[in-house]
Ligand binder design. Structure first.
Ligand code: SF4
Length: 379
C-alpha cells in the first residue's frame, strides 16, 4: 500500500486543476487510500459544480435486438444469429415503450442492440425516422460505437457518411457503450468480432466533429491491469482534448454472473468508489461523472456523489444487458431524489445534454451546465 503522504502531493496537484500523467494516475489507483482520494475527488466535483443541486435523468433502455455476430465473454445478453432465443422488437412494441417512457416523465431513449448480421443501414434510418415521426420531442441516444462500426462494415460505407445519414434520420446523441477497456490486449482477451480501441475512439471522434455529443464509459474489474485502467482513461482524455464532445463519463464494475467469465470475482464497492474517485481526478476535461447505482445499489450509488460523481445517472426504466448478467438494482424516482436530497442537494432532472428540464428549470441554462464547451482544456 502506498501511504497517504506519498499521494498527498498528487491529490493537491489534481485539486489545484493541474493535470496528472499516467504514472501519477496509476500511483493513485494503487494507493488504496479511499478516504483521501474521495475527499480530493469531491473537492474537484464541488469546484466544477458549485450549484446547490445534483442531477438525474429519466430514460428507457430499449434493446431492439439481442442477435449479435460478436462474442463477448462478459455478455449474457446476446444470442448468436442461429439461436432460437434471438429477438428483434416489433415496431409497435418499441413505440409503446417510448410512449410509456414519456408518460413517466422521460424525454429520451437509450436505443442499443446486438450487431445484427443482416440489417442494412436503411433499416436503422427507417427506425430512427419512425421514432421521430411519432415522438419528435424524444432524444434518441442511440447506437454505441461497436454498432456504428458494424453498420459501416455491413453498408460498406465510410464512417462519416454513416453517421451523417443516421444524424439526418434523427439520431440525437451517441452512448459510449462497448468501450469496456480501450486497450486491445484486454479486448482481444474478452471479445471477438467487435470494434478495436482505435476504431471505438474514431467513431466518437467523427461523431463529435459532426457536432454530435455523447458519453464515454468504462467497464472494469475483469482482466485488465490497473495500468490498463489508467490507459483507458488517458485515451478518453486525449480524445476529449481533441473534440470536447464527451458530455459525461460513466464507469461500472463487471458483473460476472451468468457469463462465460463467471469465475472472475466481481469487484466490490470499495474498488468501484476508488476507481470513480481516480477517474474524477484524472479526467480533468470531463464536466460530468455519473454514479452507477445500477451495479452498486442505492447506498453506494449515493456515496458515489461524495466520491467524484455529480449525477445519479438515469432512472433507467429498463435495463436488459446488465440485468441478464446478474446483479442489478432497481430504484424508484423517489429513491433517486431522496438519495440526492439526503446529501443536502436539490434533486433536479436533466436531459442528456445536462440541461435542466424539470419544472424549476429556468429558460436560460447556466453556462457551467452547458456542454458546448464542457470545461477549459488543461494541458
Ligand atoms: S456486448 Fe454487445 S457486441 Fe458484445 S456480445 Fe453482447 S451485444 Fe454483442
Amino acid at each position: 500500500m502506498i501511504a497517504q503522504s506519498k499521494i498527498h502531493d498528487l491529490l493537491d496537484k489534481a485539486v489545484a486543476g493541474e493535470r496528472l500523467d499516467p504514472a501519477e494516475g496509476l500511483r493513485l489507483l494503487e494507493s488504496n487510500d479511499l478516504s483521501a482520494l474521495g475527499r480530493a475527488a469531491d473537492e474537484i466535483t464541488r469546484r466544477l459544480h458549485p450549484e446547490p443541486f445534483r442531477t438525474y435523468n429519466i430514460d428507457r433502455n430499449i434493446n431492439y435486438t439481442n442477435i449479435c455476430t460478436a462474442v463477448c465473454d462478459f455478455c449474457a445478453f446476446y444470442r448468436s444469429p442461429k439461436s432460437s432465443e434471438g429477438y428483434v422488437l416489433e415496431r409497435n412494441v418499441l413505440l409503446e415503450k417510448i410512449q410509456e417512457t414519456i408518460e413517466l416523465g422521460g424525454d429520451q431513449i437509450l436505443l442499443q442492440g446486438g450487431l445484427h448480421p443482416e440489417f442494412k443501414l436503411e433499416w436503422y434510418e427507417e427506425l430512427l425516422q419512425d421514432i421521430k415521426q411519432h415522438f419528435p420531442q424524444v432524444n434518441i441516444h442511440g447506437f454505441s460505437p461497436p454498432e456504428i462500426h458494424h453498420f459501416t462494415k455491413i453498408a460498406k460505407l465510410p464512417l462519416k457518411e454513416v453517421l451523417e445519414r443516421l444524424k439526418a434520420a434523427g439520431l440525437g446523441s451517441l452512448p459510449g457503450g462497448g468501450a469496456e477497456i480501450l486497450v486491445d490486449r484486454v479486448r482481444n482477451e474478452i471479445t471477438r468480432g467487435k470494434v478495436n480501441s482505435d476504431d471505438w475512439l474514431n467513431v466518437c471522434r467523427v461523431w463529435h466533429r459532426l457536432g454530435g455529443r455523447g458519453s464515454a464509459t468504462m467497464m472494469f474489474g475483469h482482466v485488465e491491469t490497473l495500468a490498463e485502467r489508467i490507459e483507458h482513461l488517458d485515451r478518453l482524455r486525449q480524445l476529449q482534448d481533441e473534440t470536447g464532445g464527451f458530455s459525461a463519463f460513466i464507469c461500472w464494475t463487471f458483473q460476472s454472473e451468468h457469463t462465460e467469465m463467471a469465475d472472475v470475482p466481481t469487484a466490490g464497492s470499495y474498488e468501484y468508489l476508488k476507481t470513480l474517485a481516480v477517474s474524477r481526478l484524472y479526467l480533468d476535461n470531463f464536466a460530468n461523472l455519473q454514479s452507477s447505482w445500477v451495479t452498486q445499489g442505492l447506498k453506494i450509488g449515493q456515496m458515489a456523489l461524495l466520491n467524484g460523481a455529480n449525477d445519479m445517472g438515469s432512472l433507467m426504466i429498463e435495463e436488459n444487458v446488465v440485468a441478464e448478467a446478474g446483479t442489478v438494482y432497481h430504484l424508484t424516482l423517489d429513491q433517486i431524489r431522496s438519495a440526492i436530497a439526503d446529501l443536502g442537494y436539490q434533486p433536479r432532472q436533466r436531459n442528456v445534454f445536462y440541461e435542466l428540464i424539470d419544472e424549476q428549470a429556468n429558460s436560460v441554462v447556466p453556462q457551467s451546465r452547458q456542454n458546448e464547451h464542457p470545461l477549459p482544456i488543461v494541458n
